[in-house]
Design a protein around this ligand. Structure first.
Ligand code: SAH
Ligand code: SF4
Ligand code: F3S
Length: 487
């Protein structure tokens, strides 16, 4: 259970995680490993990248369960291996090919042992971007499927014996995917992801997402509510609504409610009425889409957690323009001021890129100043990675790797300091914690604070799955510790 939320984001080697969550592995397998019954086929899914991939891996696991696949905790001996990949930075994409080298050895070993075949599938954003190349470069791969085709997985497995050309599915019909996936879910814990929006029309000049996930698509409200109900009926207390641009959400309204399309704020207010659901979050939002309705909802809706990930990327207006972010730093500052006015205890997090083409030392200092001014509870920061086919790749003024490394280190020093100070500021406060499991010794429990930090405290295992109050007494960079408060 602990592993599930750890998979929040992929951190490649050139980045340092400075968020408030538990230490991040570069990837994670999906699903609690179980010992499969006889006759079940063994499934191993390895997930790279963002929360949307974590959600998609869970859906793949759910789609494959009725056709006899049960998750195991490693690729060895698996009947099916799925690599759910990320294309966001070069290192993320290259990991796929090195992992495939290891998988090839295991596949040969299984065959030689007379233990049957291992079906190898590459899913996710690398599959979408480089499907043909994967088929060519890695003969070990049986299936390639893009992010909008997971509902076809059982059908595709049946195609494995056919020609390689028929084993590549990278169409872009997001609606078909969501219509085909069942509303019924099989959650593994008490906090779950729910994708409500996919794709991106914003075309930031550094980013591959518009090419790998396609155009913006919002799921209809009814479909989302049905899925949320299924999660809550199985004990889920906290739902994080996901989208590449989640606050650009505009979904068809429920028939009985009339109206046309609902925005994210209206969806949140509606979901918040669901009995049994205690916490709502959303990610990732874009500063341009933080409308007044959503800002006031942060003040009015107690189930919406006081934590907002709102990426700034860079502090210099010149660089923001070159990135095609569509706002200035002053506009970002204004949005933050309005959110803080609506919800004074909100904690903020952000993404930053250093070394975008043309970034001078002075531009970079604007980023440091922006961080100092806004103050973040956590952040992700990355060196700019050239992505073929994006406008940024062709820009003049590419920054040297050693300059990028030096800037990243300076930025991460201040972000880590802010994160530490934020966590320490919680000492003495009593926070609601959703208990997710046991940890460290017999009476140790582990849960999530409103600001997402893993929180450790002593208590009995029957509290798992409930919301408790914990008085915070210790704070580290990534986690908190304290004492259970009765009543
Ligand atoms: N939709 C979100 C971001 C999704 S990608 C938004 O607009 O904020 C997650 C993060 O990866 C981005 O915020 C950015 O900081 C980083 N990223 C994307 N492309 C990158 C690249 N080419 N090099 C380095 N970091 C990148
Ligand atoms: Fe990428 Fe920009 Fe879209 Fe975010 S808004 S997914 S950074 S193109
Ligand atoms: Fe990576 Fe695709 Fe997510 S490129 S960050 S897995 S949308």
């Amino acid at each position: 259970m602990l592993g599930k939320q750890k998979a929040i984001r992929l951190m490649s080697q050139d980045t340092l995680r400075t968020d408030t969550q538990a230490k991040s592995p570069a990837s994670t397998q999906t699903g609690t490993p179980k010992t499969p019954k006889k006759n079940t086929k063994k499934l191993f899914i390895k997930t790279y990248g963002c929360q949307m991939n974590v959600y998609d891996s869970e859906r793949m696991r759910e789609v494959l369960a009725p056709v006899g696949y049960a998750p195991i905790d490693g690729p060895e001996g698996a009947d099916m291996v799925v690599l759910n990949t990320c294309h966001i930075r070069e290192k993320a994409a290259e990991k796929v090919y090195s992992e495939l080298g290891r998988i090839r050895i295991l596949k040969d070993k299984k065959r030689k042992a007379g233990d049957g075949d291992m079906v190898v599938a590459v899913a996710g954003c690398v599959a979408q971007a480089e499907g043909e190349e994967i088929m060519r470069r890695a003969p070990v791969v049986d299936l390639v499927l893009g992010p909008q085709t997971y509902h076809k997985l059982p059908e595709m497995i049946a195609r494995v014996s056919r020609a390689r050309g028929e084993r590549l599915e990278t169409n872009f019909d997001t609606q078909e995917k969501f219509d085909a996936l069942p509303a019924a879910r099989k959650p593994e814990g008490f906090a779950a992801f729910l994708t409500i929006q996919e794709g991106c029309d914003k075309f930031c000049t550094f980013c591959v997402v518009p090419y790998t996930r396609g155009a913006e698509f919002s799921r209809p409200v009814d479909q989302i509510v049905a899925e949320a109900r299924s999660l809550v009926s199985q004990g889920v207390k906290e739902i994080t609504l996901l989208g590449q641009n989640v606050n650009a959400y505009s979904g068809a309204a429920p028939a009985i409610e009339g109206g046309d399309h609902w925005g994210l704020a209206q969806l949140i207010r509606h979901l918040a009425k669901m009995g049994g659901l205690e916490r709502l979050r959303f990610t990732t939002s874009h500063p341009r889409d933080m409308d007044e309705d959503l800002i006031t909802t942060h003040g009015d809706e107690t189930k919406l957690m006081p934590y907002l990930h709102l990426p700034l990327q860079a502090g210099s207006d010149r660089i923001l323009k070159a990135m095609n972010r569509g706002h200035t730093f002053a506009e970002y500052r204004d949005v933050i001021a309005r959110i803080r006015a609506a919800r004074p205890d909100i904690a903020l997090s952000s993404d930053f890129i250093v070394g975008f083409p043309g970034e001078s030392e002075l531009d970079f200092e604007r980023t440091l100043e922006a961080v100092a001014e806004i103050g973040y509870a956590s952040a992700y920061s990355f060196k700019y990675s050239v992505r073929p086919g994006t406008p940024g790749a062709a820009l003049p003024g590419q920054v040297d790797e050693d300059v990028k490394s030096e800037r990243l280190a300076r930025l991460q020093a201040i972000l880590s300091q802010q994160q530490k100070e934020f966590n320490e500021s919680l000492i003495g406060r009593t926070l609601d914690v959703l208990v997710e499991g046991s940890s460290r010794g017999e009476d140790g429990l582990f849960g999530r604070a409103p600001y997402l930090q893993g929180t450790h405290f002593a208590g009995s295992a029957d509290l798992i799955g409930t919301m408790v109050k914990v008085k915070i007494e210790r704070a580290g960079l990534n986690s908190l510790g304290g004492t259970l408060v009765n009543g």
